[in-house]
Design a protein around this ligand. Structure first.
Ligand code: HAM
Length: 442
């Protein structure tokens, strides 16, 4: 053997793993995702939201400008790279909102009327992976663009509540806050800076830096040693003017009228810079440190900031992995789906030819059918095929052996309810299977 072919062999043998924090969706979990996606489709349809899909890659500027330069996401977590062929600065989207707004502006979607939109797909953030926190994760999000009133803030919150009920989630609570308008935040910011400057010695390194760039984000610190200091800091809610307060009060009144309990959390500031007025998060204690399953709020300044004609907007997004994890804890995941309705067994040769034709005939009639295919090319015993049929979840087996074929028959076996097995003529098999499936319990 030559050196070169030895080397090729060694390269082939080396296992290549997936990227840390980026997960495969395995067949065993596919039904859960399909179930969640179906519930989301029904939910958005019930409220008149339309689907919009943006690419996974955007110009880096979309997120720098949209999310804000001084945010953890833009400063530390984005997968950004230069396109080697033309030097463009690109980024794997870390969230959906800025990209959706880019698309809405570019395609002039707000030209005639406001829009209710939704999206779903993978997002990318270079965070330290742990339970419920991944580098590739999936979001479902809704965005209502062109609506200014508190009614739409509440509509999107009602959608969330309906979704948690639909999915059978336990222990989810809603926290809300108002971030007011830019000039109110500016006054609060001045008061905040004065307060933190007075207590500068107690600020950690991150907060020292944020004191100059984005002091509001200091309130978001997870550092337990700073919690006392944060408790005593001036609260933004005390700086809100009449209009902002009116909006916030109207949101609370509408939530109350709809029996949606919520807690006002004056320290809820969110990690993205585009918000104003209402912000909110749904949180659970059931998932450990990563307990925020969804979050969002109003982002009236964003469309103009991204180069569009000024228009109000609000929305939220949820982490699909976290919601599925909470469904698991809540015991509300659906049972795994059967792979097929019918499993067809045979003994190779002529019986295979007939079995294949029959399997196609069943599929044409809308019956999900798996035809046994021996992994090594040789036919296997009926006993081992029957085991496979059983674990496929099929309700019925069609068995075609040489004896059956000689009589122009197949055996139809009920794999679930009765276990009954009977001979059926091949030309009446489709009808017999249909009849058995219709009569079988779910
Ligand atoms: P966000 O709070 O950054 O908001 O993310 C929304 C949700 O995505 C979080 O509540 C969490 O469930 C999930 N999530 C975030 N990072 C990860 C991660 N590394 N692994 C797993 N799940 C994660 C936004 O992205 C805004 N675009 C929401 C929005 C829409 N605001 C207005 N409209």
């Amino acid at each position: 053997m030559t050196d070169q072919s030895n080397q090729t062999k060694a390269q082939k043998a080396q296992k290549i793993n997936g990227v840390r924090g980026m997960n495969d969706l395995l067949p065993a979990d596919a039904a859960q995702w399909a179930h969640l996606e179906q519930v989301l489709r029904d939910l958005t349809r019930a409220y008149g939201y339309e689907f919009l899909r943006t690419p996974i890659v955007e110009a880096t500027a979309v997120f720098q400008r949209g999310i804000g330069e001084v945010t953890d996401i833009v400063e530390k977590e984005m997968y950004s790279f230069e396109d080697r062929l033309n030097g463009e600065q690109l980024t794997l989207r870390p969230e959906g909102t800025a990209a959706l707004v880019r698309s809405v502006i570019e395609n002039n979607l707000l030209y005639e009327a406001p829009k209710r939109l939704w999206y779903t797909g993978p997002m990318f953030r270079h965070e330290r992976p742990q339970r419920g926190r991944y580098r590739q994760f999936h979001q479902f999000g809704i965005e209502a663009l062109g609506f200014a009133g508190p009614d739409i803030d509440v509509e999107i919150i009602l959608m969330g509540q309906r979704l948690w009920d639909e999915l059978g989630l336990i222990g989810v609570r809603l926290e809300i806050n108002s971030l007011g308008q830019a000039h109110e935040r500016a006054e609060h910011r001045t008061a905040l800076v004065t307060y933190f400057e007075k207590h500068q010695a107690q600020l950690d390194e991150d907060s020292q830096r944020r004191l100059l760039s984005n002091p509001l984000r200091i309130l978001d610190t997870k550092n337990p040693e700073m919690q006392r200091l944060i408790e005593g800091a001036p609260k933004l809610l005390d700086f809100l003017g009449d209009e902002s307060l009116q909006h916030f009060n109207a949101v609370q009144a509408l939530l109350k009228a709809n029996n949606i309990p919520c807690k006002i959390n004056p320290r809820l500031v969110r990690g993205l810079d585009y918000y104003n007025l209402t912000v909110f998060e749904w949180i659970t204690d059931e998932l450990g440190a990563q307990g925020t399953i969804a979050g969002g709020g109003r982002y009236d300044p964003l469309i103009e900031r991204m180069g569009g004609k000024a228009a109000p907007a609000c929305g939220w997004a949820m982490g699909m992995e976290r919601v599925l994890e909470l469904m698991k804890v809540s015991n509300s995941l659906p049972a795994p789906l059967a792979q097929c309705d019918v499993y067809v067994l045979h003994q190779g040769g002529e019986t295979l030819t007939t079995a294949m034709i029959i399997a196609e005939r069943l599929r044409s009639a809308g019956i999900d059918t798996i035809l046994f295919c021996p992994p090594d090319g040789d036919s296997a015993s009926f006993k081992s095929q029957m085991k496979k049929a059983d674990s496929s979840g099929a309700a019925f087996a069609v068995i075609i052996g040489p004896d059956e074929l000689a009589r122009n028959e197949a055996q139809l076996k009920d794999l679930r309810a009765s276990g009954e097995q009977k001979a059926v003529p091949l030309d009446g098999l489709l009808e017999a299977v249909m009849e058995a499936i219709v009569g079988a319990p779910e």
